[in-house]
Design a binder for this molecule. Structure first.
Ligand code: E4P
Length: 214
């Protein structure tokens, strides 16, 4: 399973890069807005920190506009992945970019049929938003499971990128149902390391070692 970090904050990405387990980065217009910087500046800097897929989202809502923006964004770095919304225009843009060999991430996916459309358009990644579904009384993880079944039924190569991850249980469950990638905020990724028995065990080992040296 690949681990992406979901943020536009360069300091968080620099910190996560030292962990040795981060494969890529996802951003969205809201995350970029929080940085107070332009998307171009942020994405170019991220590309200098992480050598892996970096998703940058288009703002245009029509296919021609998305393709024009994608052309510009793709010039920033070879690792940039064009993030497109799951709309009629977004899927058409995805098909156009896939045919050109450009990597895409279709975002704001909330149903199995939407994921099927993205796969048919040759998307590199599909981003189902687990947390937002849970927030609205649906079962986010069931969606990941259904997409896994559909993609396996037909051999689609589109990678399932479990997004809108809110806590460690989402990561565990996404791994259990076969998501290819998870993208999570810095804080959630840090919680994956934690277990009280690890802390207690280490404390005891260090204490016993120190006592044995006296
Ligand atoms: C994924 O690509 C999105 O940026 C992100 O996971 C959305 O998460 P949110 O629902 O916490 O905003």
């Amino acid at each position: 399973m690949k681990f992406f970090i979901d943020t536009g904050m360069v300091e968080e990405i620099k910190d996560a890069a030292t962990w040795g387990i981060i494969d890529g980065v996802t951003t969205n217009p809201s995350l970029i807005a929080k940085t107070g910087r332009t998307q171009a500046d942020v994405i170019k800097e991220i590309c200098s920190i992480i050598d892996g897929p970096i998703s940058a989202e288009v703002i245009a809502t029509d296919t021609a506009g998305m393709l024009k923006e994608a052309e510009e964004i793709a010039k920033w770095h070879d690792n940039v992945v064009i993030k497109l919304p799951l709309t009629v225009d977004g899927i058409a843009a995805c098909k156009g970019l896939s045919d050109l060999g450009v990597k895409t991430n279709v975002t704001l996916c909330f149903s199995p049929n939407q994921a099927l459309l993205a796969a048919k358009a040759g998307a590199t990644y599909i981003s189902p938003f687990i947390g937002r579904l849970d927030d609205n009384g649906h079962d986010g993880m069931a969606l990941i499971e259904e997409i896994r079944t559909i993609y396996d039924n037909y051999g689609y190569q589109t990678q399932i990128l479990a997004a809108s991850i809110r806590h460690a249980t989402h990561v565990r469950d996404a791994a259990l149902v076969g998501a290819d990638v998870i993208t999570a905020p810095h804080g959630v990724l840090k919680t994956l390391y934690k277990h009280p028995l690890t802390d207690n065990g280490l404390e005891a080992f260090l204490k016993d070692h120190a006592n044995s040296q006296k």
